[in-house]
Design a protein around this ligand. Structure first.
Ligand code: PMP
Length: 426
């Protein structure tokens, strides 16, 4: 039934039926969680051998001439750069290998901007105000970094091809206090959208008023394809070198969703100049990151090609879960005309836009029925979804059986919230 055009009587009848369905669901006392993008145990088990690979021969502590058990080689060992630099579209000299978390690198680089600035410009914290552009909906932990450091966030709408570039170009050109933008360019969190070639080309040739403006290109899902028709992302760093604006780019990724979440290896790809600046600052913070883990990863994968093969094993586990999400939305919500979503070809999320003004209510109903979803608003700066519409679905860490249940519950709750809204003033 198309809700918005249905008569009051029909909708009221529908609402009654939904409520009785909801009471039945509640009686089941479910406990299901679709709130965070965590790999499931089966995915973590794919990396069988990572923990023992170092014990296989006597020379296992060596990367070239580097004994990974000792201090030294701040920017990371060559063996791991050889494998991951091509994935990032960078040369080995343009890669800094970090610790267990790319988010940690992002935080550090924003904090460094606040403390020291970039390109010899005034440290951001000494300016009257610092602003970042935030394509919305987006990743809550990016927004949390800005909020914590007192950086004002400006929403920029996402389109099907990436952030609204007319808005981005205009804003950065007019305001010297805009020092950065957060981007998840491939299979964006939460929408699963990949930036088009034109969008990337416009980023590579951006002309911000701030000389020390930085694009925080969080390529967390760079090789996280789900199906046989994956999206492709143009290589920003390569393109920015052609426009001579390579210093604008900080690209990040990690193996959190390749090997172990929170116990993998993180990477920064940036111009050689930036790597020098960043290294000189990180070198104060730490004598070096965990090279033993870097070598463990290098020995486990051996080649870039093997990393891609490994990702196919993840896809085989994740694809049926994404199919359940999309099929349930299509089967239960499409005909109501109250919600929209994008079918992603990779990444970890499906972003569901409910009828404006109903997301919080649907979330609460789902919670009371035992289904936990990412908090409404989390996908927006300051946790404020101006339309009260967006819900992020993270299907990875549930079984297919649980997911089918949880998605049905979500759809029932979304329909109740919409039907309530449409009947409330009649
Ligand atoms: N960026 C994005 C877009 C993410 O979705 C995540 C993990 N959910 C991260 C960064 C965190 O990555 P890491 O574990 O490397 O800190």
């Amino acid at each position: 039934m198309e809700y918005k055009t249905a008569s009051y009587e029909k909708l009221a009848g529908e609402l009654e039926a939904l409520r009785s369905e909801y009471e039945k669901i509640k009686a089941e006392k479910l406990s299901l969680n679709m709130s965070r993008g965590r790999p499931c145990t089966e995915q973590l088990d794919l990396t069988e051998g990572l923990l023992s690979v170092l014990y296989k021969n006597d020379m296992c502590n060596l990367s070239g001439n580097t004994d990974v058990r000792n201090y030294g080689v701040l920017s990371g060992i060559e063996d791991i750069k050889n494998i991951f630099a091509p994935i990032l579209g960078a040369e080995n000299g343009e890669v800094f290998v970090g610790g267990n978390s790319s988010l940690n690198l992002m935080y550090d680089l924003v904090a460094d901007g606040m403390l020291y600035g970039y390109e010899g410009c005034t440290p951001w914290a000494k300016l009257p105000e610092v602003k970042f552009l935030c394509p919305v909906p987006g990743y809550d932990r990016h927004f949390a970094i800005c909020e914590k450091l007192g950086i004002r966030m400006i929403n920029v709408p996402m389109t099907k091809t990436g952030p609204d570039m007319d808005a981005v170009e205009k804003l950065v050109a007019e305001d010297e206090l805009i020092k950065g933008i957060w981007c998840v360019p491939k299979y964006s969190n939460p929408q699963g959208i990949t930036y088009s070639d034109e969008t990337v080309a416009r980023f590579a040739d951006l002309s911000p008023a701030a000389k020390d403006f930085r694009i925080f290109w969080d390529n967390a899902y760079v090789i996280h394809d789900l199906d046989d028709t994956p999206d492709t992302l143009a290589p920003l760093l390569v393109m920015a070198k052609k426009t001579g604006k390579q210093n604008m780019v900080f690209e990040f990724t990690s193996t959190s969703k390749i090997t172990y979440a929170g116990a993998g290896v993180s990477f920064l790809a940036a111009s050689a100049d930036n790597i020098k600046t960043v290294s000189s600052r990180i070198g104060i913070r730490t004598i070096g990151y965990d090279k033993v883990n870097q070598l463990r990863h290098a020995l486990f994968f051996k080649t870039t090609e093997n990393v891609y093969e490994h990702m196919k094993l993840h896809a085989a586990i994740l694809r049926p879960k994404f199919d359940i999400v999309i099929n349930t939305l299509e089967g239960e919500l499409e005909s109501t005309g109250t919600a929209s979503w994008h079918r992603p070809h990779g990444g970890y999320f499906v972003s569901l836009d409910l009828m404006p003004g109903t997301a919080k209510r649907a979330w609460q109903l789902a919670k009371e029925a035992g289904v936990v979803l990412t908090t409404v608003g989390a996908t927006y700066p300051y946790k404020l979804d101006p339309l009260d519409s967006n819900i992020r679905i993270a299907p990875s860490n549930t079984t297919c059986e649980e997911l089918e249940k949880a998605m049905h519950v979500l759809c029932v709750c979304a329909k109740i919230a919409a039907a309530e809204k449409l009947t409330e003033n009649k």
